[in-house]
Ligand binder design. Structure first.
Ligand SMILES: Cc1cc2nc3c(=O)[nH]c(=O)nc-3n(C[C@H](O)[C@H](O)[C@H](O)COP(=O)(O)OP(=O)(O)OC[C@H]3O[C@@H](n4cnc5c(N)ncnc54)[C@H](O)[C@@H]3O)c2cc1C
Length: 433
């Protein structure tokens, strides 16, 4: 591996594939290095794919990409031990010609997208781990060192898309190590069921899909969420919890997954399914305040490695695809203008992210991770209070409605106090703005 390339892209996940594809299509001599046996072999996602971010790369992707179902209904369930209270939004408008959201299986999708990267002309090597960045005498990054004999490769620019652990950047001193309060550990199972059983259980037809996001006591007071997503002939079922909470409580996330699966509202959806795959993966959930330096002298960082994930809306794949594309476009602009690939010029990448939904959305929810970490009543007390209120109101038992409302108000006040309730509402509104 003595050759010199224009750009090296580390990783063949969403971000790495978007960067390598954009560069290769523009005729750049790009090398993509992936540690897995093939692109996608190490990747885990629930997962929902947002079409806009793929369309920006490959407008006709629907013709060949492996997509499971297009999503027509989203449910949010707040669980307590016996019940859930929630919202559904379902619309026939989502049965459009070019659907907006799909479920997918990452191993298949990443392999397909990486095939497009190769067709565009990139050199892709797999089963090779990048260990660190190489620098010249001025400190400019000019290549990478891999775990191969003679494993040094040189390039004018390195784009780091190595996922949430971000080991290449931290080992090379361009970012700090990740912190257990900033990352969630998710476990996921694939539950196989015949297509018509899924359609019947979720009230859908043909390739329509439903996603369910789950909050509440199922995480045993820790900060996290669960999910159930319909694929063609399987369900993705998982739960993720902030690592510092798991460590403090000494709980294994698979225990929480078992608890969620046996919940009376969840178990009937999974009944009779065959579990074929189990995986675990970290998610960067620290939000805007955890985003590291995004570029420097000869390097840029994208996707999970740059902590670009919106945990509130469960958007990570679109941020990874978009940031990978924007990093590549930054390089192309500098190349076309004949400008040097240095720290000053690569700041244009930071600017592009600032102007896009990626950093705008993370900035909007900047306070949310801190508020949720410090106010566990949102995942412990409120699910029970809300379920209790709904049950009180819905049970027809001869008690008049005014008395019922008084009971609900009393339950809320005695659980949290009037100042606590007002304070919590204020915190939520502040975090949401
Ligand atoms: C359980 C779960 C559910 C999720 N659900 C959703 C969802 O529904 N919707 C959504 O949009 N997002 C979801 N996400 C988030 C989404 O998966 C990520 O945000 C997205 O995959 C980030 O892409 P990436 O390319 O930055 O990182 P990754 O996809 O992790 O890719 C990184 C790649 O780099 C490779 N690599 C790592 N280190 C090295 C190295 N040193 N050398 C060479 N290669 C290396 C890895 O093998 C991998 O292929 C979910 C994540 C999880 C874990």
């Amino acid at each position: 591996m003595a050759e010199k390339f224009d750009v090296i892209v580390v990783g063949a996940g969403m971000a790495g594939n978007a960067a390598a594809y954009t560069l290769a299509k523009a005729g750049v001599n790009v090398l993509q290095i992936e540690r897995g046996e093939y692109a996608g072999s190490k990747n885990v996602q629930g997962g929902i794919l947002y079409a806009q971010a793929v369309e920006a790369l490959i407008p006709e992707f629907r013709e060949s990409a492996p997509l499971e179902r297009h999503i027509i209904e989203q449910r949010i369930w707040v669980l307590n031990d016996k019940s859930y209270i929630g919202t559904h939004f379902r619309s026939d408008n989502f049965n459009e010609e070019r659907p907006n959201r799909y479920t997918l299986v990452r191993a298949q999708f990443d392999k397909w997208l990486n095939g497009e990267v190769k067709k565009a002309g990139a050199t892709v090597i797999t089963e090779t781990t990048v260990l660190e960045l190489l620098k010249d005498e001025t400190g400019k990054v000019n290549g990478v060192r891999c775990d191969r004999e003679n494993g040094e490769v040189r390039a004018d620019c390195v784009i780091l898309c190595d996922g949430v652990n971000a080991l290449v950047g931290s080992r090379s001193g361009v970012r700090k190590e990740i912190n257990s309060k900033e990352v969630a550990l998710a476990v996921k199972e694939m539950h196989f069921l015949p297509r018509d059983v899924i359609n019947e259980r979720f009230n859908i037809q043909e390739s329509e899909g439903v996603v369910i996001e789950i909050l509440g006591t199922v995480t045993e007071g820790m900060l996290g969420t669960g999910f159930i997503y319909t694929n063609g002939e399987s369900l993705s079922v998982g739960i993720g919890v902030i690592v510092s909470d798991l460590m403090k409580n000494r709980i294994n996330p698979s225990t929480l997954l078992e608890k969620m699966k046996s919940h009376p509202s969840v178990a009937p959806l999974l009944k009779g399914s065959e579990v074929k795959e189990y995986s675990a993966h970290l998610l960067p959930e620290g939000g805007y305040d955890s985003v590291p330096e995004l570029s420097g002298n000869g390097w840029m960082v994208c996707g999970d490695s740059a902590h670009l994930l919106n945990a509130i809306h469960r958007e990570g794949s679109n941020m990874a695809l978009t940031s990978g594309r924007l990093a590549a476009e930054t390089y192309l602009e500098l190349r076309d203008k004949g400008q040097p690939i240095n720290a000053e010029n690569l700041k244009k990448y930071n600017q592009k992210l600032e102007n896009s939904f990626v950093l705008k959305d993370l900035k909007k929810y900047r306070r949310m991770p801190h508020i949720m970490l410090e106010n566990k009543q949102f995942v412990t007390m409120y699910p029970d209070l809300l379920a209790g209120a709904a049950e009180t109101l819905l049970r027809v038992d001869g008690v008049d409605k005014k008395t019922k409302e008084k009971k609900i108000t009393k339950d809320f006040r005695s659980a949290r106090g009037i100042f606590g309730l007002v304070g919590d509402a204020f915190k939520l509104v502040r975090a949401w703005r």
